[in-house]
Design a binder for this molecule. Structure first.
Ligand SMILES: Nc1ncnc2c1ncn2[C@@H]1O[C@H](COP(=O)(O)OP(=O)(O)O)[C@@H](O)[C@H]1O
Ligand SMILES: [Mg+2]
Length: 400
């Protein structure tokens, strides 16, 4: 049983002389690199995490996702107690944890690089945290065998880590975390060192594991697919700030801003310049000559906010755009690349000078001429899957 609450959590890494020096040196030696991310900097230092608020339910599986450097690990390490919390409060089961030592938080953590003891066998690695806690032999054997059984590593118990594959080592690392039967299990990019095939397999294993053990999970990844498939809810972060929290379906269907819209979903959401038009109490989106009436739900959301006609960034996912064979005013593009995926074709187009991807189910293809490089195609958006964003702030106008 464990709920976890983060209330206004902030992490500031103080400015330190050595780091400043390093930066200066770099600037002199190398061409100035464009800074990819913009963390806030105050007199106090670099704000790596700011105003993080989240209530995690008992046995919930929460995923923190975002690009490298956005503050995922820092947040996780503050929950674990490996990093001091600058401001805000952390509660586990309603008890404030800010000043509780890591070992007393009843938390276990799995890292990307496994961090196994190389000189110990798998069994000794699994026993280690239990010996530290002076768990009686019988209880220790029970827990080690159960973890080994859940993770399918019974046959490796007498081997040393170096005699195991990457995937097997990560199972041992997970096993070492779960033998403690922690209230909260933290995982920081646990699958990032594995190849793609193994990663898919281990992802499924983690879903199974989750159903076998009664623990609250907080899982960190930069991979949106992992986030979507594992999380009950996903926390999407950027530059130290939470952008959106929701179920995978919510963040996919109702992205709060263009960052979330682009980060969640593969291939990523297409963006077009266009206009939102309010006419006779109805909302339309105009891109090029095409004018599309929005779905009733979207009409309502915009009407509730008294949204007026205005220029917008129009977002539509590749799976929600369809080729249109009717005559009339449509959006146009030129095929640059077409990728046959079997059940569908990914058409890469140039439209209005922008790149755009359409997923066309093979069964829907009326003729193959649209697949040729250089072909002119017309397309339209599904009225219930068009997103309108403020071009300046990037905010979704439906949820402002
Ligand atoms: N010990 C530290 N001292 C100073 N800055 C740090 C330290 N650790 C991390 N940072 C900075 O904090 C930001 C967030 O880092 P991190 O939480 O590791 O991001 P993520 O896990 O999302 O990739 C980064 O910009 C990183 O450079
Ligand atoms: Mg990290």
């Amino acid at each position: 049983m464990a709920t976890v609450s983060l209330k206004g959590i902030q992490k500031v890494y103080p400015h330190s002389e050595p780091q400043k020096k390093k930066k200066k040196q770099k600037k002199e030696d190398q061409p100035v690199e464009e800074k990819k991310y913009k963390l806030k900097v105050t007199d106090e230092g670099v704000v790596a995490v700011d105003n993080f608020n989240l209530d995690i339910a008992d046995k919930e599986f929460i995923v923190f996702v975002g690009p490298s450097g956005c503050g995922k690990s820092t947040t996780l390490r503050m929950v674990a107690g490996l990093e001091e919390i600058t401001r805000g409060d952390l509660y586990i089961d309603g008890v404030r944890m800010n000043d509780v030592a890591p070992k007393d938080r009843d938390i276990a953590m799995v890292f990307q690089n496994y961090a196994l003891y190389p000189h110990m066998t798998v069994r000794q690695n699994l026993e280690f945290p239990l010996k530290l806690r002076k768990v009686p032999k019988e209880e220790m054997d029970r827990r080690v065998n159960e973890a080994a059984e859940i993770l399918g590593i019974i046959q490796f118990l007498d081997r040393k880590p170096k005699a195991l594959s990457g995937g097997q080592r990560q199972r041992v690392a997970i096993g070492r975390a779960i033998v403690r039967e922690p209230k909260v299990l933290l995982m920081d990019e646990p699958l990032s060192n594995l190849d793609a095939k193994l990663r898919n397999q281990m992802r499924a294993e983690i879903i199974k594991l989750r159903h076998r053990i009664n623990t609250t999970f907080i899982y960190v990844t930069h991979d949106q697919t992992e986030a979507m498939t594992l999380g009950d809810r996903i926390v999407i972060m950027k530059d130290g700030e939470v952008q959106q929290i929701g179920t995978p379906q919510e963040v996919f269907d109702k992205p709060i801003n263009t960052f979330v819209a682009g980060f969640i979903g593969m291939p990523r959401m297409n963006m077009f310049g266009g206009d939102l038009i309010k006419k006779d109490g109805k909302y339309y989106v105009q891109v090029m000559d095409a004018c599309i009436e929005l779905s009733p739900e979207k009409q309502k959301n915009l009407a509730d906010r008294n949204t007026e006609s205005r220029p917008v960034a129009v977002g539509c996912r590749p799976e929600h755009i369809s080729l249109d064979y009717a005559e009339g005013k449509m959006i146009e593009g030129v095929v640059e690349v077409s990728e046959m995926m079997g059940s569908s074709v990914h058409l890469h187009l140039n439209s209005l000078g922008r790149d755009c991807i359409i997923i066309v189910p093979t069964l829907d293809l009326k003729d193959n001429s649209a697949l040729q490089q250089g072909a002119n195609v017309k397309f339209t958006f599904a009225p219930n899957a068009i997103h309108v964003f403020d071009p300046e702030t990037g905010m979704n106008l439906e949820y402002l």
